[in-house]
Design a protein around this ligand. Structure first.
Ligand SMILES: [Zn+2]
Length: 348
């Protein structure tokens, strides 16, 4: 029986002990490295999580009042939140900064807060902020310009027109804004008929010769016959998409046949056959195709000021807020409408 047990002094015992120690060291070393790897990964997760969760209002209050970060850093942080579309956090930061009594750049921060409220669509709050700035500093053109925008977005065109007076006193050019707001006021007047509106906007246009797109878009939509009667041929290219989309029955062939651009445009459209070629590449291709291909024109709108491209027309750029900077650009495209109507006809 004793032959099954190893003697304490037996060299085999030492060898077994040696291997047991090696095994234990290897096991613990493996276990320790595994544990460290998991811990490191958890730490990284916890570290990254800090950047995904935003500080609460209470935390913000403590952080700002402690003054550990400079005003400029907070402004930069609020600006970056606003730029990324997180208006709520940006507004919270501005509000907390304004709550700190000893804050220096109060007017500037209030302006940024008003601007962020405007961007976020809180028009009433934005209006209150700009009015508050103007109560203390009436000669602040930036606040006046934004107040005008707020009134315009609220469709209070009369109030917006009133803001132009102090802007004029500050030597700002208000002629385009005046025409624009006058036209918008006419078009959104609930007490006038479309006929009265057409007469009024043509009267404003004849005085200024500005905002042709806004005027003719309404005229051709409501009363094409009247639109042709008051047509300004020098603006044909500006309103090319409106003219292109007119129906054949709404054309005034007398005016079209006397205008080279319109002759080429409607020959390209296939309504008439009064031009054999055109200096405009897209028109020339369409004239030569003579409706043999499923092609038409596609329009997009570029802001001449900020170069933003839109798929729809605009009178005031929603990016830079400039008025009448839209430039229409056209290109050849497949006529899906024609495709669709042909498909429908084939089922009849
Ligand atoms: Zn723009």
């Amino acid at each position: 029986m004793s032959s099954f047990f190893i003697e304490f002094r037996d060299p085999l015992f030492s060898i077994i002990i040696f291997f047991v120690i090696i095994f234990m060291i290897t096991f613990f070393s493996y276990w320790w490295s595994r544990y460290k790897r998991i811990e490191d990964s958890r730490y990284l997760d916890r570290f990254l999580k800090q950047f995904n969760t935003l500080p609460s209002q209470g935390e913000l209050n403590i952080l700002i009042s402690k003054g550990e970060l400079s005003e400029k850093s907070w402004l930069l942080l609020a600006h970056s939140y606003s730029k990324n579309g997180d208006f709520e956090k940006s507004i919270e930061i501005y509000n907390e900064m304004l709550n700190v009594g000893s804050y220096e750049n109060k007017k500037e921060t209030m302006f940024l807060l008003g601007k962020t409220y405007f961007k976020a669509g809180f028009l009433e709050r934005s209006k209150q902020i700009f009015l508050e700035i103007l109560k203390v500093n009436p000669r602040t053109p930036q606040a006046l310009s934004y107040l005008l925008l707020v009134y315009e977005y609220m469709r209070d065109y009369k109030a917006a027109l009133d803001v132009l007076e102090p802007l004029d006193e500050l030597n700002k050019d208000i002629s385009l804004d005046t025409t624009y707001l006058k036209l918008m006021n006419i078009l959104h007047n609930l007490n006038t008929t479309p006929e009265e509106k057409t007469i009024e906007i043509v009267a404003v246009y004849k005085e200024s010769h500005q905002l042709a797109y806004l005027v003719y878009e309404y005229l051709f939509r409501v009363n094409p016959e009247f639109a042709w009667k008051s047509f300004d041929s020098s603006k044909s290219e500006v309103i090319v998409d409106i003219l292109w989309n007119l129906e054949l029955k709404d054309l005034n062939l007398d005016i079209i046949s006397n205008n080279g651009f319109l002759r080429e445009l409607y020959s390209a459209k296939g309504y008439i056959n009064l031009a054999q070629s055109s200096a405009v590449f897209e028109f020339d291709v369409l004239i030569k195709l003579k409706n043999r291909a499923n092609a038409t024109l596609n329009f997009e709108y570029v802001c001449d000021n900020c170069k933003q491209v839109y798929p729809f027309s605009f009178n005031r750029c929603s990016s830079c807020h400039f008025i009448d900077t839209s430039r229409v650009e056209w290109s050849l495209t497949k006529d899906y409408h024609k495709d669709f109507s042909e498909e429908n006809n084939s089922f009849q």
